[in-house]
Design a protein around this ligand. Structure first.
Ligand code: NAD
Length: 511
């Protein structure tokens, strides 16, 4: 494994000394919480879940134990605490984390989460998943993840800006951010606004970095973002489920026809990923019969209108009193009858405690880690199809990669070739019209010669990526006669191993 960024020793020492001079230093605790779960307390925590899934795939991957050990461990960890002033003029200490799981490719990449129960094990788990996810969809990055332990709803925009800028300052000082080092993105509780604050702060520390826009992705379009990033994860979820529904072995297992029209879908979480997944399923004819949020769930056997529901939720802060059935205990909606269940909120939502109640035929993991290993085994044994997170929610990092490429090339996709493509197509069309003896109408002509816009190129790149990754996962599952999760992680391990072993930097004495 290459150590071009930080040695493991210096990374470990950062665990202890990550607080900058001039600010109060707090001891760094490795608190491994199990909050926000639907599963038994006796089940593994999130990091242990990811490690158990990895171990299972490692066992069938055919990769050497030295390489496996190097892939599994986290390369560098940063834990910081810093003060911010509250509205009452008091000082509050905020905890922030960043884990860089694998430097086998640089930069490392992964979101930053704002949630009050964020801790180091969660960030390590998510960083590991990012490494495997990037490999599964051939995005040439290592994995990373960050988190700030706050409930963003309890802070004003001005306070959130101060917290975000201050956390970014910590990342800059510790060399944990940069277009060639570590590139954050949005996750739970963060979005384009936070990403633009991150970029602006990074630029203040690195005014001469010509590639500074590439230090973070998921930015607003006006700040160097790419069209399509906002909806990318939800769109990737839709593409992935659509592909799996086409596989004959999935149709045989589930009894589903493979057509999206009329497919009954339930979604947990109506945030960025849940909303966009719902939108794309709905647009292709699926019926979104249930959506769970923190406080309650909306249910309508005839299908919910996604944009109306969003408008209502944004206005009222809840689904309550929206014209549909309201289910008070939101986790219960996941247990209702449907074809496809999409957990798109948090980790460990389906555990041993509730897995026996899950009726969906396909469970598509839009969230990271929503199913524990015990529950996953039970689902697979009962003939259900689980499409794993590292494959299904990879649309976000895939389009983040496109955004990073756009930032490094300093040009919008399509700018150089759009008119050229249109000219070439209209010349061919002219010849065809002359031979066919019929002229196209103006709207037919526009459709045929239309050169691709940036968002069309992004959608097309994402669709192609998801189709290939689903097909590769399916092929390995069939080859090894294993579940799709083990197959996807095995593919990731094999790809990472070729880079690591090829570099030779860690394995100078291997035979
Ligand atoms: P988000 O903050 O935009 O949305 C999460 C939603 O889930 C919120 O509306 C929240 O109220 C809801 N929620 C929280 N707890 C819940 C509960 N117990 N029951 C029902 N709803 C609950 O976050 P997001 O970006 O949509 O991320 C959702 C999941 O997808 C996370 O696991 C995240 O790591 C994963 N993910 C996100 C991206 C991305 O691009 N944003 C990419 C890959 C994976």
């Amino acid at each position: 494994m290459a150590f071009s960024l930080l040695s493991r020793t210096s990374a470990n020492s950062l665990r202890k000394v990550a607080t900058p001079i001039g600010f109060r230093s707090l001891p760094v605790l490795r608190q491994y919480s199990s909050a926000n779960t639907a599963c038994e307390e006796s089940e593994p925590n999130f990091l242990q879940c990811v490690e158990q899934f990895f171990d299972k795939a490692a066992g069938v991957s055919g990769v050497s134990s030295n390489t496996l050990a190097a892939i599994k461990r986290v390369d560098a960890i940063l834990s910081v605490s810093f003060p911010v002033e509250t509205d009452e003029g008091k000082e509050e200490i905020i905890r922030g984390y960043r884990a860089q799981h694998s430097h086998h490719r640089l930069p490392v990449k992964g979101g930053i989460r704002y949630a009050d129960d964020v801790d180091m094990q969660e960030v390590e788990a998510l960083a590991s998943l990012m490494t495997y996810k990037c490999a599964v969809v051939d995005v040439p990055f290592g994995g990373a993840k960050g988190g700030v332990a706050i409930d963003p709803k309890k802070y004003t925009p001005a306070q959130l800006e101060r917290i975000t800028r201050r956390f970014t300052m910590e990342l800059c000082q510790k060399n944990f951010i940069g277009p060639g080092i570590d590139v954050p993105a949005p996750d739970v509780g963060t979005g384009p606004r936070e990403m633009s604050w991150i970029m602006d702060t990074y630029r203040q520390f690195n005014p001469s970095d010509v590639n500074s826009m590439g230090c973070v992705t998921g930015k607003p379009i006006s700040q160097g973002g790419v069209r399509g990033r906002n909806e990318a994860t939800g769109l990737g979820v839709y593409y992935g489920v659509r592909e799996f529904m086409k596989f004959p072995e999935v149709q045989k297992k589930t009894g589903l026809s493979g057509k999206m029209e009329g497919t009954r879908v339930i979604i947990q979480g109506f945030g960025n990923v849940g909303y966009w997944a719902a939108k794309f399923f709905e647009a292709d004819g699926a019926k979104i019969v249930g959506i769970a949020e923190r406080d309650c769930a909306a249910y309508d056997e005839n299908g919910l209108n996604i944009d109306k529901l969003l408008e209502y939720k944004q206005k009222n802060g809840t689904f309550r009193d929206y014209g549909c059935q309201i289910i008070e205990d939101p986790i219960k909606v996941m247990e209702m009858d449907c074809d496809v269940l999409i957990p798109a909120a948090l980790e460990r939502q389906i555990g041993l405690k509730n897995v026996k109640n899950i009726k969906a035929k396909i469970i598509g993991e839009a969230a990271n880690g929503p199913i524990t290993p015990g529950a996953h085994e039970a689902l697979v044994e009962s003939g259900k199809v689980v499409i794993p997170d590292l494959l299904l929610n990879a649309g976000g990092v895939c389009v983040s990669y496109f955004e990073w490429l756009k930032n490094l090339s300093h040009i919008r996709f399509g700018r150089m070739n759009k008119k050229w493509d249109e000219l070439g197509k209209s010349q061919i069309l002219k010849l065809v019209e002359e031979n066919a003896g019929r002229k196209l109408t103006e709207s037919e002509r526009r459709n045929v010669i239309h050169g691709a816009e940036e968002h069309e190129l992004v959608y097309s790149g994402l669709e192609d990526t998801m189709i290939n990754a689903c097909e590769e996962t399916r092929a390995t599952a069939n080859e090894l006669k294993t579940c799709y999760r083990t197959a996807a992680i095995t593919n990731a391990i094999r790809k990472i191993a070729t880079v690591q072993e090829g570099s030779g930097s860690l394995f100078t004495n291997r035979g």
